[in-house]
Design a binder for this molecule. Structure first.
Ligand SMILES: *Cc1c(COP(=O)(O)O)cnc(C)c1O
Length: 363
């Protein structure tokens, strides 16, 4: 069988060495004669693994000691509720940057609990290309409790190259589900960083929240215990049974990232991979990107063909060539190649080779 490259936006491919290690250890983890899935999360082996995973993540993102690292349930959307529940009282308001589908879903969920105020948005220029808002300080109401944004919009393929700050100094909250660990960040710019795991961390269900410690301890009384940052912290992310197998795979991914040279090395590779694809799209009259150069995602690359009538053919033929899951989200149309950390450069090269051949035969 030819090489298969999986461009799925999420759940996304995991690094091949991680999958092989998980396979090797599936029936016998750490010489216990059982799977990691089958042991107590309160046992010494699991706790050691959990502690190491936190240390590794702290090393990878250079997380300062005044930030809590929480492993939680409920994926990215769980955090859409956890953030307002932990940070506000009824009647409070918060500010949101809207750059696409996931930004809007975060607003929608927060609106159950607080007054939401969209204070900046993505926009199209004269050529019809999309940009993220460029201002480094976003005007928000004095009373806004936080400023929320999505550094990488998975569906539209829009990515920020900076972390906007709030004009009132309120904490900045970032949904990094599809960009965490893809490049170095300055954690201190943020009040809370959170991510659903299934793009760049591990299997779905798990969420990681990195929370500045002075923001912990203010959850509303009615906050479900499993979404409460303080309880999660007090119980070392084991208030109830954590998603143990997802956590284990996340730990293997962190180890793999450290072996690769950490997020600085990943950033170099990710930029190089993205450039291969964007450079080819830009020089082609057959394919186009609707995202302006200053706002292009390194992780999710949506692109359009010369005619939508060719989409179906492109998908059948790319699948046959071992290039999986390239169909764009219905909202954007066209194609989308998700090229997270785990996607090797050869995968992107194989995609570009296929695109060239498709252009030659259909252009
Ligand atoms: C995938 C994704 C989510 C949703 O994550 P779930 O785990 O499905 O809740 C949220 N935000 C962004 C940016 C995403 O890419």
């Amino acid at each position: 069988m030819a090489d298969i490259y999986n461009f799925c936006a999420g759940p996304a491919m995991l690094p091949a060495p991680v999958m092989r290690k998980a396979q090797q250890e599936l029936l016998d983890w750490q010489g216990l004669g059982t799977s990691v899935m089958e042991v107590s999360h309160r046992g010494k082996h699991f706790i050691e693994m959990a502690d190491k995973s936190e240390r590794d993540l702290r090393t990878l993102l250079n997380i300062p000691s005044n930030y809590k690292v929480l492993f939680m349930h409920g994926g990215g959307r769980g955090q859409f509720a956890a953030v307002p529940l932990n940070m506000t009282k009824p009647g409070d308001q918060a500010a949101f940057v809207d750059t696409g589908v996931w930004s809007k879903k975060a607003v929608e969920e927060a609106s159950r609990f607080i007054q939401t105020d969209v204070v900046a948005s993505s926009y199209q220029d004269e050529q019809g290309l999309w940009h993220v808002p460029q201002q480094s300080v976003v005007e928000v109401a004095d009373q806004a409790k936080y400023l929320h944004f999505c550094p990488n919009e998975t569906i539209e393929g829009l990515e920020f190259n900076h972390c906007p700050q709030a004009s009132n100094g309120a904490p900045v909250i970032a949904d990094m589900s599809s960009t965490i660990l893809s490049r170095p960040i300055n954690v201190s710019d943020y009040g809370i960083i959170y991510a659903g795991a299934q793009k760049n961390i591990g299997p779905s269900g798990l969420a990681v929240a990195i929370v500045r410690d002075d923001l912990v301890g203010y959850a509303r009384k009615e906050t479900p215990a499993i979404l409460n940052y303080q309880l999660t912290d007090e119980f070392d992310s084991m208030y109830n049974t954590p998603p143990t197998y997802s956590w284990y795979l996340a730990a293997l991914v962190f180890e793999w990232l450290l072996e690769q040279g950490g997020v600085a090395a990943m950033a170099q590779r990710n930029e190089a991979k993205a450039n291969i694809l964007y450079d080819y799209i830009d020089q082609s009259d057959f394919y186009r990107s609707q995202v302006a150069k200053d706002s292009r995602s390194w992780m999710n690359v949506p692109f359009q063909l010369a005619s939508d009538a060719l989409n179906a053919d492109f998908l059948v033929q790319s699948e046959a060539a071992g290039l999986r899951a390239l169909k764009g989200h219905r909202i954007v149309g066209g194609m989308r190649a998700s090229i997270y950390n785990a996607m090797p450069e050869q995968g992107v090269i194989a995609l570009v080779d296929f695109m060239k051949e498709f252009e030659r035969t259909h252009g």
